[in-house]
Design a protein around this ligand. Structure first.
Ligand code: DAH
Length: 339
């Protein structure tokens, strides 16, 4: 490069700065000349190839160019920022305003509301209990054997020998029956805690909905099935099937696990239901006579059923959520879907 070329570049660069119409364009000009591979650094590097006689003058002019370009850049940057900063300049009244973003109901709250609404129509009222429970309400009265693994410190958050963070919403059954004679017809949504290691489907803090119906006139397993089938249709749509599988829970006898037909494949078998066509939704059964004795009910004169289900599971199925952690991280990119 010779002196004439240098001076042409100098003029051209200042003109480019002045012509930049906005800050984005100005930034492009800055990068073109001052960036790591820009023309000014490249010119500086060429200094040693310039003929020795011209070298001092070339160096001086290159430095002057860098300075002039920097100054022009500052002037232009300020000029472009000025209208906004001073509140003057042109105000474009056609620009969209800044709307406050509307909040949305959390998917877990949605499911809780929907489930309680459905059971509300069936005559169930909402009952509540504390997160901190006693050994009696959470385990003993629910007929849980003292050696049951769920009572282990490895599975349950204990405060002391008697108090713990409830591992299930079932203790609210005990509270409700201690508080009133039958009939009891309650639904109880709430938080539960277990020492689970967090992964895509487990969380140490999760939610359940418990249901309890106890009456002095006969209530049967058929009533339980009809109640849950009604719930299934309301929640998932008219075509849904319900099946009971024998199971064990300490507080019910007989006990069942309740499956709904997979809402995605309608029972055909798919990835979500692991090709079985069914999705496990709840645990349930007829209240064990020993539970009645613990709350002072006469087991000969009362009949009832109970059930419990995981809210996260229903929300994940309902809204196609692949990872339970999305429900707790309050990431707006996730929550915005529910707006
Ligand atoms: N508490 C049980 C659990 O956390 C769920 C459950 C099963 C609740 C059967 C019930 C029931 O009321 O009858 O796994």
């Amino acid at each position: 490069m010779n002196l004439a070329e240098l001076s042409a570049l100098h003029d051209e660069s200042l003109a480019a700065v002045r012509a930049a119409a906005d800050t984005a364009a100005l930034e492009q000009v800055r990068i073109r000349y001052l960036g790591r591979n820009g023309l000014i650094p490249a010119t500086m590097k060429q200094l040693k190839e310039v003929a020795p006689a011209e070298r001092p003058e070339f160096g001086r002019r290159a430095n002057a160019w860098r300075q002039a370009f920097g100054q022009e850049l500052t002037v232009r940057t300020e000029a472009l920022a000025a209208p906004a900063a001073s509140g003057g300049g042109t105000f474009d009244c056609t620009l969209p305003g800044r709307w406050p973003r509307a909040g949305a109901q959390h998917p877990l709250s949605r499911v809780i509301d929907e489930v309680t609404r459905i059971f509300g129509r069936l005559g169930f009222t909402v009952a509540d209990g504390p997160d901190i429970e006693t050994r009696f309400n959470n385990f003993t009265a629910l007929n849980t054997a003292t050696h049951h693994p769920s009572m282990d410190a490895a599975d349950t958050f204990w405060f002391d020998d008697d108090r713990l963070l409830r591992t299930q919403t079932s203790p609210v059954q005990i509270r409700a029956m201690l508080a009133q004679p039958p009939p009891v017809r309650i639904i109880t949504p709430g938080r539960c805690y277990r020492r689970d290691t967090t992964d895509a489907t487990h969380s140490a803090n999760f939610h359940q909905i418990e249901g309890l119906y106890v009456d002095t006139r006969p209530v049967s397993l058929a009533d339980l099935k009809a109640t849950l089938a009604t719930f299934a249709r309301e929640m998932m749509g008219p075509g849904v099937g319900v099946r009971f599988r024998p199971h064990f829970f300490p507080f019910t006898e007989p006990s069942v696990e309740v499956d709904f037909t997979c809402h995605l494949c309608r029972g055909q078998g798919c990835r979500v239901c692991k090709q079985s066509g069914w999705i496990e939704i709840a645990g349930a059964g007829m209240v064990d006579p020993r539970v009645y004795r613990h709350v002072g009910y006469d087991p000969e004169g009362v009949y009832g059923f109970a059930f419990g289900m995981g809210i996260e599971r229903i929300a994940m199925i309902r809204y196609g959520i692949a990872d339970i952690r999305h429900l707790y991280e309050n990431d707006l990119r996730f929550l915005a879907q529910f707006a």
